[in-house]
Design a protein around this ligand. Sequence first.
Ligand SMILES: [Fe+2]
Ligand SMILES: [Fe+2]
Length: 471
Amino acid sequence: VTVTPKKRVLVVDDDDTFRNGLKYALMQSGYDPILTVGGKVAQQLLEKGGIDVVLSDVNMPDGNGIELLKFIRQSGTVPIVMMTGLKSLIENVDVFRAGGILHFLPKPFSRETLVAALEAALAPPEVGPKLPPVEEVAYCKVPINDFISGKEVKYDLYVQLSDAKYVKIAHAGAGLPPEQIENYRERGVSHLYMTKGDFKDYLRFSVKISGVLKDSGTIPRQRKLAFLSQTSQLLMATMGSDQVNAEMMEQSRGIVESAVSVLSDSDAYFGLMDLMNTRRGGDNLYAHSLAVSLYSCLMANKLGWQSPNTLMYVATGSLFHDIGKKELPEDILRKPRMMQSNEERSIFESHSLRGAQILRAVPDTPDEVIWIVQQHHENEAGYGYPFRLRKGKIYPLAKLVAVADEFVDAVTREEKLDQEVVLRVLHQMVKFSKDLLDPGMMAALMSVFKFEIPADIRGAITLAFERKNGA
Ligand SMILES: [Fe+2]
Ligand SMILES: [Fe+2]
């Protein structure tokens, strides 16, 4: 009988408590951990050999995780798993994007996620250069309730059996009898699928986009696929995943991914997304926008908004909400708002109007999307920009995105997002912005999380909500 030797994991982290927690978890899971506090020692140990995989923090006092990553890339083939928060991921997106032997483990994580990441890193490399899986979204989700009216269905419909397996349950033109729909619902099927091509046709929105699609084809498909794959990685790394019901998170990621996939068929929209993805001044606008889009979709879900059109507007408007910033000088973007001169401030505030203009230049962009972009800094008190709209005049989808934007901005300053941080951020939002943000949307944000929001935080919103809807 041969016993497979335990895999040696080199743990690099300067936090004593965390490192020891990892040691315990790794031993329990059948690994042989070797602990180090910094990148320099780690490099020496790697040179000696015998390490199967490296599990490293990004920020460390001596030669940080990025240095270590570069060292490993140059010198060997040991896979590395980076433990990181979204903040570091964004700051180092260029380094991480080089891909290869690198795997991510977004903080905080469970033991199961840790083991899964190590297993993925230790899996034998595929033949040829190992790129992240590039799979195009082939099927798009539509809530089954959309088909209840009994109207004729123009498309083939599918039910999902497993990740990659779909069975056709209705043929185009034949329709779906209400009893059959009822039957599926009883069996817990909440969504049906159609091919991406049909989905675009199904959405009024994408029928419009198809005008733009005709002149597409100049950007290599491989490049778009790599972009889509990076998109799903960024979505997976978005903070707070484990503070949200897993199924809901999965659904919302699916919506954002479908939106990006549909949009990237147009060279014009792809160009805009790609532009956001170029790093400037340490900020990755694309990562920020994806996070806002994800939280917007989570909130829309909680508000019971299910129409694919509405969700597409939410996902797209939030994705492009800050696109106007791409036209602003870097020093203005980087300056804290408090320190901007009046002139700088008005330049900064022009980003919502510029964004609307940019999108208007793409033929057939839906008005709904443009309104979201244009109004995402309007506020309930009536002194937002650019139009100082009173609350009744602000487009509801823009109010939703405004709340998601503020939340994402606040949590991006944190290294991790656990329950305590979520509550702190919500508390701050309630304290400082409760007269600016729509209370209904704030309530939707609070209900996104799987834990109870204490009365002292929730109460202020409930009051504001009642005041708004009552007298
Ligand atoms: Fe903005
Ligand atoms: Fe933003």
